[in-house]
Design a protein around this ligand. Structure first.
Ligand SMILES: C[S@@+](CC[C@H](N)C(=O)[O-])C[C@H]1O[C@@H](n2cnc3c(N)ncnc32)[C@H](O)[C@@H]1O
Length: 228
């Protein structure tokens, strides 16, 4: 009888969930639903329009990244590939650009366009919402434009980005300024956190802020270094 109750106790413990392994809860459920079955052309006309600050300033953003031939860059949340296509010639001939997105349609269209334009160093990756799926220590720069606030699992994504970066690798975040009284109602409602919170989250994930460039007005440009 005693042996039976000990067996039942072991079964109970074995079947109980492990609190230490609790999964991060989605911080913004549904925020990515517009991209799950997107029209590439429709989103290209939104993302690649002169009225969008990051598009109008794309050459200044490219210059600030100081890309060099041979580098490996991950454009995380590549969307319609606006930055992926700019980065590819800058790191050629030996470097490459991983275009990552959770949307298979975006990645397939980016790969199609890359082929048409003769950009042979673009590698498309359809990643899950909580991981880059990149090999450890495989990239020099992780570029996240207008996507950090779309991360449903920011802690898990940051850990995955950190793991994918080589020692001394950098993470650049461009995202909307969220300032009450200054930012639009749409930004205040759509964007989860302002710059100070984002810096805090990223530093807590094992990075150090090394640059806060005054390059943009509606958005901020932050450069972090991976801490070993
Ligand atoms: C607002 S768009 C920005 C696209 C592009 N970076 C640009 O600035 O033109 C956000 C993109 O992030 C993607 N996304 C959201 N969460 C992601 C994640 N965890 N990993 C990769 N891509 C993600 C969405 O599918 C969408 O294409």
């Amino acid at each position: 009888m005693r042996r039976l109750s000990r067996f039942l106790l072991v079964l109970l413990i074995a079947g109980s969930p492990m609190p230490a392994l609790a999964k991060e809860a989605s911080i913004a459920p549904g925020i990515n639903s517009p991209y799950l079955k997107p029209s590439f052309e429709q989103w290209q006309s939104v993302f690649e329009a002169e009225g969008r600050e990051v598009y109008a300033k794309r050459q200044a953003i490219l210059a600030a990244l100081k890309l060099k031939p041979g580098m490996t860059v991950a454009d995380i949340g590549a969307g319609t590939g606006l930055f992926t296509r700019l980065f590819a010639p800058a790191v050629a001939p030996d470097g490459k650009v991983y275009a990552l997105d959770i949307s298979r349609d975006f990645i397939e269209a980016i790969q199609r366009q890359a082929q048409e334009q003769g950009l042979g160093n673009i590698v498309g990756v359809v990643n899950p919402v909580d991981s880059t799926n990149l090999p450890p220590r495989s990239i020099d720069l992780a570029f996240v434009c207008d996507t950090y606030h779309h991360f449903e699992y920011p802690q898990t994504m940051l850990a995955s980005i950190r793991q994918a970066l080589r020692p001394g690798g950098q993470l650049v975040i461009i995202d909307y300024q969220k300032v009450p009284g200054l930012s639009s109602g749409w930004v205040m409602g759509h964007v989860r956190a302002g710059k100070a919170t984002v810096v805090q989250e990223i530093e807590m994930a094992g990075f150090r802020l090394i640059d806060d460039l005054p390059l943009l007005t509606e958005n901020y440009f932050l450069r972090f270094e991976k801490l070993e």
